[in-house]
Design a protein around this ligand. Structure first.
Ligand code: GAL
Length: 460
């Protein structure tokens, strides 16, 4: 399951060490955490002092003093093309500001957190969390909030750096999954993108901006395959998340925002026709995928765009982070993007954030780190390399280049910002698990009826 392309530098030992740390079954997490009771021990092994002055009223372990910080351990999955350079730039900036804080990045590779999420659940349940970790905000964090595992950082972190004024409402809401600030979003990724190789579509005589709905993309891909040596669409199905994400854009583009939102509210049966139709459209796309889709990662799939072996690619705009790092592959000349057909004016949002867990092994260092993540300096360093835009509205556009500047304008001018399904901003972890299972069924059987039934079950 570990994704070699996305993280050959990750120590498997670290992963096993962390994954093996738990004594409670992972699948039982939601159940264990759902009761709203605390149940958390107030101390961790070898550290029995409680922190003073904690407005959250929790019993976070010992506070490190400003002159003597405990090591800051931050886990994330950015180990390759999807963010290694960005996270490195972030920590370089942090190191410059706080040279005295020792940092232990402890990454766990696997696109979209496919491995890290399991590690974190176990560690948090065992009251042995890292200082912070990469987490999608919003509903994704609800079980942790309900189980009282996250600290209220409305004062300690969000009052710094003018954050409360500089963040837009959407990201602020996502940072408060239970009504209180518990995490700091560092970026905004757009999901409703259709990337393309300019030379391939020109050779095929296809104009991507003229494709007005997802079902029309099928004909465009047929034309590409008739007129060029490229396949219609680069894609990976080794792990189901990219297809879950693709399906959500098809639902949004073909059937509109209301249907999309209704799905996130669990109104599956009432939207049966739209849901099945959008599954069928994705199934039609499948005939135009690269033939090795089942055995590669998304970064490998994206290389087909860079090499001119595919015309189109759907991904979050982290895909553009990869183009940016590629010499001689220029925006406008070699690659470009349109909003996924049928979704113009919508900004489908995904965000990454860093929460503050209770029982924090390094409370002072974590506070400094999260304050830093919320600053202009951090967001200016991190986002251009990540291929995302800053959640702060006062970050200068200078370093962002033409593509991300256009995304920033699109965001500012968007009529609607819908939260991501696949990334758990719009649906909590339990139905999200069911959604993931349904998409695994889909990518292995391509059976629309069976997948629909599983989608329905996901919300039961
Ligand atoms: C998303 C994450 C992005 C990127 C992507 C691919 O969930 O928000 O930052 O890492 O996964 O792995």
């Amino acid at each position: 399951m570990t994704d070699a392309n996305e993280g050959s530098d990750v120590s498997r030992r670290d992963y096993l060490k962390a994954a093996g740390a738990g004594t409670i079954g992972v699948t039982g997490l939601a159940g264990c955490m759902g009761g709203g009771g605390d149940g958390e021990s107030t101390t961790t092994a070898g550290d029995t002092t409680t922190e003073g002055g904690d407005s959250g009223g929790d019993t976070t372990t010992e506070g490190d003093s400003s002159s003597n910080y405990n090591t800051l351990e931050v886990q994330h999955w950015w180990t390759g093309g999807d963010g290694a350079k960005a996270v490195q730039a972030l920590f370089e900036g942090f190191k410059q500001k706080y040279p005295e804080i020792e940092v232990n990045q402890n990454p766990v590779s696997g696109g979209a957190g496919q491995n890290l999420k399991t590690v974190i659940k176990k560690r948090v349940l065992n009251n042995n969390p890292p200082s912070s970790w990469q987490a999608w905000p919003g509903k994704n964090l609800q079980p942790y909030v309900r189980a009282n595992k996250l600290k209220d950082i409305g004062e300690s972190v969000w009052s710094a750096n003018g954050m409360k004024d500089a963040y837009l409402q959407g990201p602020k809401d996502a940072a408060k999954p239970g009504g209180k600030f518990v995490t700091v979003p560092i970026n905004i990724h757009r999901l409703n993108n259709l990337f393309y190789n300019v030379e391939v579509v020109e050779q095929a005589g296809v104009d991507p901006s003229s494709i007005s709905k997802p079902s029309d993309l099928v004909a465009a891909m047929k034309t590409v395959e008739e007129k060029t040596d490229a396949v219609g669409m680069a894609h990976q199905t080794k792990s189901a998340w990219s297809t879950g994400q693709l399906w959500a854009q098809v639902l949004l583009g073909e059937h509109g925002e209301e249907t999309y939102t209704a799905f996130t509210e669990g109104k599956v049966e009432a939207n049966k026709a739209a849901i099945k139709d959008s599954l069928q459209i994705v199934k039609d796309y499948k005939n135009h995928f690269n033939s090795d889709a089942g055995s590669i990662t998304w970064t490998e799939a994206n290389k087909n765009i860079i090499n001119g072996k595919a015309a189109f690619f759907h991904q979050g705009d982290w895909a553009a982070g990869m183009y940016r790092g590629q010499d001689g592959f220029e925006f406008g000349t070699h690659w470009d993007q349109v909003p996924f057909p049928g979704t113009e004016g919508v900004y489908a949002l995904n965000m990454d954030s860093f929460p503050f867990p209770k029982n924090n092994p390094s409370p002072e260092a974590t506070k400094k780190f999260l304050q830093y993540c919320g600053s202009v300096d951090a967001q200016k360093r991190f986002n251009p390399k990540k291929g995302s835009i800053p959640p702060r509205t006062d970050v200068p556009k200078d370093n962002f280049g033409p593509f991300l500047s256009r995304q920033m304008d699109d965001f500012a001018n968007s009529d609607a910002q819908v939260p991501s399904i696949q990334h758990g901003l719009a649906i909590p972890p339990e139905p999200l698990n069911g959604f993931g299972d349904a998409m695994s069924t889909f990518t292995s059987s391509w059976n629309v009826d069976k997948t629909y039934k599983q989608l329905k079950q996901a919300f039961n």
